[in-house]
Design a protein around this ligand. Structure first.
Ligand SMILES: NC(=O)c1ccc[n+]([C@@H]2O[C@H](COP(=O)([O-])OP(=O)(O)OC[C@H]3O[C@@H](n4cnc5c(N)ncnc54)[C@H](OP(=O)(O)O)[C@@H]3O)[C@@H](O)[C@H]2O)c1
Length: 238
């Protein structure tokens, strides 16, 4: 049995990951929306979690509820899918006010590094980490540079961790397709199963989705062509 912390457990992706990792494990669920966390907790129990605990926290302000949960159930694995600047919100760089930047950096970078390090100190062992990232962390696209940059910063921390502490399992899982349960109810579940597969296989990085491979290929071919195609696709997707 492991104790597994799911950050961003209230999104469809986070909920699918919570269920995927439930069987035979203790699960700590975190995000801001308490009502949705309770619904996800019920589903985790139904699919075989031994016990579930909720540690609601706004990462822009505090990680303390998660530290408190860890004092009773030391966390072995963090599945980190929380993001204030994420894909589904579709926030574009021009929509981000300058004074919102600090909150985004706190919620999407500093809180994550602080949490990883505090848990490592408290448990005298760095937890294993699955970081749900995006292909946009490594491919520059128009008006998504804030999202891209914050994801990439956490990736860099984890790449360094994997080198300096080889005993810690690290998986950087880059999603390269739109996971939208309104269009495809199975999409988040299929992705979550792949995350667990890659973790078991011991991968350091994984790219999920053909769209991501095409983006990387187009970027290699010519970044301006990539930018044009992304702009056109966004006009059609709205
Ligand atoms: N959907 C996609 O196609 C796609 C593509 C590439 C990568 N991803 C990655 O997959 C993950 C989930 O994305 P999503 O598209 O499902 O996004 P989403 O619906 O916006 O989910 C973001 C998650 O982070 C939590 N969150 C946001 N701000 C927070 C804060 N200040 N403190 C604590 N928790 C916070 C949200 O929960 P609360 O609102 O309850 O706090 C939610 O659970 C993200 O890491 C994203 O980068 C998604």
């Amino acid at each position: 049995m492991q104790t597994i912390l799911i950050l961003g457990a209230t999104s469809p992706i986070g909920a699918a990951l919570s269920e995927q990792f439930s069987n035979g494990n203790r699960i700590v669920l975190s995000a801001r929306n308490h009502v949705r966390l309770i619904a996800v907790a019920d589903r985790c129990i139904k699919v075989g979690a031994i016990a579930v605990r909720i540690a609601a926290a706004d990462l822009a302000h505090t990680i303390q509820p998660i530290i408190d949960a860890n004092s009773e159930w030391p966390i072995d694995l963090i599945v980190d899918a929380a993001s204030a600047a994420s894909g589904a919100s579709r926030v574009r760089d021009p929509d981000v006010a300058p004074d919102a930047m600090q909150g985004i950096i706190q919620a999407d970078v500093l809180a994550h590094l602080d949490l990883y390090q505090r848990l490592a100190q408290l448990n005298r062992k760095h937890p294993d980490i699955v970081f749900i990232s995006t292909v946009l962390a490594i491919v520059k696209t128009p008006e998504r540079e804030i999202y891209s940059a914050v994801k990439r910063l956490v990736e860099i921390y984890l790449e360094k961790l994997a080198t300096s502490e080889p005993a810690v399992k690290v998986l950087i899982f880059r999603i390269g397709k739109l996971i939208d349960p309104d269009r495809d109810s199975q999409s988040a579940k299929t992705m979550a199963a792949r995350v667990q597969h890659e973790l078991t296989a011991g991968s350091l990085t994984a790219l999920y989705g053909m769209g991501g491979r095409v983006l990387i290929w187009l970027n290699f071919l010519h970044p301006h062509v990539l930018n044009l195609i992304v702009r056109i696709l966004r006009i059609f997707r709205g």
